[in-house]
Design a protein around this ligand. Structure first.
Ligand code: FES
Ligand code: FES
Length: 166
């Protein structure tokens, strides 16, 4: 069909062959073609972070990223993070246990951004975490619980236990 391009994407380890307009964003493809609705649509101009997914382990705003650009790259969305429904990623567990989720709208983007950040910096300070989540807007939590959850997950992942106190 006119104006449609064949695109092969790899999302959460699964291959998808699609026919899409070249201007379709990755966020649109994830949500509307693949029904992966964890990445959220909000500002659509790179300001809020709710649409964050990982491409080749780096966070990107999928509202500004064309799906055709993601060809031959590894895309990870929040749906692909947990090992299973029973075994959550330490970040997902820490967010749930520490009250870092209220409405949950910002949560998928924050968790994926935190995952990429902790791979680069497995032993961060609170200040480093604060800087890492700049660009992710949360209207509900006041950020304290989010910072605490990322710190707790970092400590758990580094094998230090999750003893983060108030
Ligand atoms: S919807 Fe992409 S940054 Fe806000
Ligand atoms: S938990 Fe509601 S926007 Fe962050």
């Amino acid at each position: 069909m006119k104006h449609l391009l064949p695109v092969s994407l790899r999302v959460n380890g699964e291959p998808y062959d699609l026919l899409i307009p070249p201007w379709r964003t990755l966020l649109e493809v994830l949500r509307e073609n693949l029904s992966l609705t964890g990445a959220k649509r909000s500002c659509q101009e790179g300001q809020c972070g709710t649409c964050t997914v990982l491409i080749d382990r780096k966070p990107i705003n999928s509202c500004l990223y064309l799906a055709v650009e993601a060809q031959d790259k590894e895309i990870l969305t929040i749906e692909g993070l947990a090992r299973s429904a029973e075994v959550l990623h330490p970040l997902q567990r820490a967010f749930a246990e520490r009250g870092a989720i209220q409405c949950g709208f910002c949560t998928p983007g924050l968790i994926l951004a935190a995952k990429a950040f902790l791979e680069e910096n497995p032993n961060p300070s609170e200040d480093e975490i604060r800087r890492a989540v700049v660009g992710h807007l949360c209207r509900c939590t006041g950020y304290f619980q989010i910072i605490e959850a990322i710190l707790a997950a970092a400590r758990e992942m580094a094998g230090k236990g999750a003893q983060v106190g108030h």
